[in-house]
Design a protein around this ligand. Sequence first.
Ligand code: ATP
Ligand code: MG
Ligand code: MG
Ligand code: MG
Length: 462
Amino acid sequence: MSKTTAEIRCAFLDFFAAKGHQKVSSSSLVPANDPTLLFTNAGMNQFKDVFLGSEARSYNKATSSQRCVRAGGKHNDLENVGYTARHHTFFEMLGNFSFGDYFKTQAIQYAWDFLTEELKLSKDKLLVTIYHDDDEAFDIWSNQIGLSEDKIIRISTSDNFWSMGDTGPCGPCSEIFYDHGEHIWGGPPGSPEEDGDRFIEIWNLVFMQFNRQSDGTMQPLPKPSIDTGMGLERITAILQNVHSNYEIDIFQNLIEATANIVGTDDRQDKSLRVIADHIRSCSFLICDGIIPSNEGRGYVLRRIIRRAVRHGNKLGASGVFFYRLVSALETQMGEAYPELTANRELIEKVLKTEEEQFSRTLERGMSILNNALSELTSDVVPGELVFKLYDTYGFPADLTNDVAREKNLSIDEEGFQAAMAAQRKRAQQASQFDTDYNELLKSNCASEFTGYDKLTNQAKIV
Ligand code: ATP
Ligand code: MG
Ligand code: MG
Ligand code: MG
């Protein structure tokens, strides 16, 4: 029997705890003390001030399984969901951290030992990348670990150089990849085919060793540090002998529950994967205190919910369905995250309300969109139409884009932005006069107007 996701999470934390690392609980998806970050997107986020030296902890080595969301901001994998085998909006990042304690030699050795001794992965399925001028890392992988030179790939892009910002701590990375086999399309990192899913990145080891000054010079840090991140779902896929993250235990169960609720037989349908992914991000975001709204984090949540609802609708779901998956999620993840159980009713209520609100206009919006698409003479969806769907039917632009992409079409982003700007201008001009409530009422009824509050604050997050 292969290990479950829960067992692998435990194995990782125990491995590093046995090596003197403090087990630290996952922090919230809403980053504390970091207004620049939309959502927690890496294990290191909660240790940022420790790395910067402005916060002291009672330990100098830590390990965690951090819940992360990458659905906006610098890291945005929303568009990848349903299209790659390896991306989620919500995932767990396993990490080990050294705050000025061990460095490169030890970090590489730990990672290798965990993969090949603890998890017993086959050594010849693994290959690594290093930053092009990091001869020290090359030497460790080659001489200490014994990896053959053709499996150590030098990369010169920022993918293999991590930095916290324009100045401050930074350093090269070394990423570990797993070869899922020749039958899957894709080439090794650095090759033209690397976007395929044959070679999947599983673990990123970051060697924080410089402090970048405002003039660009790199000062060596007095106490170099280590930050690593490994996707729990990706390592689980390998250990459960499947290629895609969506075939691991948690996802298979969520997909099964979704298929039963919406009443579909085709377990391979992409929409099932999208819904199974989205129920995790939406539930955990609500659990961490985010409520659907028209701006900021709440708007990202709203967009993900609406996407999920649209995919359910596409599969033929009758009535509200999305909130009914919370109980399946709780079965899968409630033990590791008791807060999911504690907040279950709230999560269900928020999702249900949002879904009911959106369902009312979804059908009409979809029929307008499908009609317009069938009459299209180019492969670009006009910005005016994207705007109308957004303004009248609450279809965020990325939702329209999701539909368009299924038909190999793209959307006219610029035209959409221009229509948004024009609308904002009209709203501003109108607000210079007294409101005629009778007129407003008439237009509300005529077009199922969903509220002026949407108009002013969205352009930045389409
Ligand atoms: P990729 O190149 O595959 O998008 P990444 O380089 O963006 O991954 P990192 O920022 O290095 O990822 O994050 C560390 C690890 O977290 C990755 O090696 C991967 O195992 C995991 N990971 C990153 N993004 C996702 C995601 N969207 N879904 C699931 N796991 C992820
Ligand atoms: Mg990425
Ligand atoms: Mg990468
Ligand atoms: Mg990476």
